[in-house]
Design a protein around this ligand. Structure first.
Ligand SMILES: [Zn+2]
Length: 270
C-alpha cells in the first residue's frame, strides 16, 4: 500500500483524511482498490460518480449498451452529446474529468457465463448495477464461487432494494432461488422508474463499497433494505440463509457458472 499521498491528493481527499475512520491510511486503501461496476445506467451512474470522487483507484465498467435519449432522465453521467455512444466511453470520460487519480478499465461486453469469472476475480468488490435477472443471478453465482463481495441494487417505479453479500451465507439465491417466470416482472422500460430512485439506491451501493474497502462500519450483509420513495419509508428485512440454496447451501448444485441457467426469463411477453 502506498501511503505517500501527494500535496494535491492531500487537498482533494482532505475531508476523508481528517476523519478518524478513514485517515491517510484509508484513503491510500481506496486508491489501491479496484471495483467492478456492471451496468453504466441508472444505478451505475451514481456508483461510478461517487467511487471516482472518493478516489477508488481502479474502476472496471462493464456495459455493452449505447446511450439513448430516454436514459438521460436518470443516468446522470451521460449527456446529450453522448447519445449513440457506448456507455463505457461516456462513463470513462466522466471519470477522467472528475478525478485523474482513477484508472477506468472499459469492458464493452455483456457479462456472460464465459466471461464473468475472469472478470470478477480481478476486482476487490463487484457492484451489480444491472437491470435484468439473468445478470443478477450470474453475478451472484460468480461472486459467491470466487468469494468476491457483491453489492446488489434494484429499482422499480418508486421502490428500491439494496443489499450486500460478503461471502458465505446468505447469497442472492437464498432470497430468490431462481429467476421469476417469463413475464412476471416487467423491466424499467415497461414499468417505468422515478428518475431519482436509482440515484438514491446507487448512492447506498457506493456507500457499502467504500465501507467494505475501508473495513469500517456494518454492511447490509444478511439484510435487504427496501426503500419506498412514494411514502419515504425504509424497511430492513433479514435474509435467512437457505440450507438448500443451490449456490451457498449445504449441498450446492451449482459449483460453476456453467451449471447455472441464465436465459432471459424476465422479459415481458409481446
Ligand atoms: Zn445462497
Amino acid at each position: 500500500m502506498t501511503l505517500d499521498l501527494d500535496a494535491e491528493q492531500l487537498d482533494r481527499y482532505s475531508r476523508h483524511i481528517i476523519m478518524d475512520d478513514v485517515g491517510p491510511e484509508g484513503q491510500a486503501a481506496l486508491l489501491d482498490a479496484s471495483v467492478l461496476v456492471v451496468g453504466a445506467g441508472g444505478l451505475g451512474a451514481p456508483v461510478v460518480q461517487y467511487l471516482a470522487a472518493a478516489g477508488v483507484g481502479t474502476l472496471g465498467i462493464a456495459d455493452d449498451d449505447e446511450v439513448e435519449l430516454s436514459n438521460l432522465q436518470r443516468q446522470v453521467i451521460h449527456g446529450v452529446d453522448d447519445v449513440g455512444r457506448p456507455k463505457v466511453d461516456s462513463a470513462a470520460e466522466f471519470v477522467a474529468a472528475l478525478n485523474p487519480d482513477v484508472t477506468v478499465e472499459r469492458h464493452p461486453v455483456a457479462v456472460s457465463p464465459d466471461t464473468v469469472t475472469d472478470l470478477v476475480e480481478r476486482y476487490n468488490v463487484v457492484v451489480d448495477a444491472s437491470d435484468n435477472f439473468p445478470t443478477r443471478f450470474l453475478l451472484n453465482d460468480a461472486c459467491a464461487l470466487a468469494d468476491v463481495p457483491l453489492s446488489h441494487g434494484a429499482v422499480y417505479r418508486f421502490e428500491g432494494q439494496v443489499t450486500t453479500f460478503t461471502g458465505g451465507q446468505p447469497c442472492y439465491r437464498c432470497l430468490f432461488p431462481e429467476a421469476p417466470p417469463k413475464g412476471a416482472v416487467p423491466d424499467c422500460s415497461t414499468a417505468g422508474v422515478l428518475g431519482i430512485l436509482p440515484g438514491t439506491v446507487g448512492a447506498i451501493q457506493a456507500t457499502e463499497v467504500v465501507k467494505l474497502l475501508l473495513g469500517e462500519g456494518e454492511t447490509l450483509d444478511g439484510r435487504l433494505l427496501v426503500y419506498d420513495a412514494e411514502s419515504l419509508s425504509t424497511e430492513t428485512v433479514p435474509i435467512a440463509p437457505a440450507p438448500d440454496c443451490p449456490v451457498c447451501g449445504e449441498e450446492p448444485a451449482i459449483d460453476s457458472v456453467a451449471d447455472g441457467e441464465y436465459a432471459d426469463r424476465c422479459a415481458v411477453p409481446e
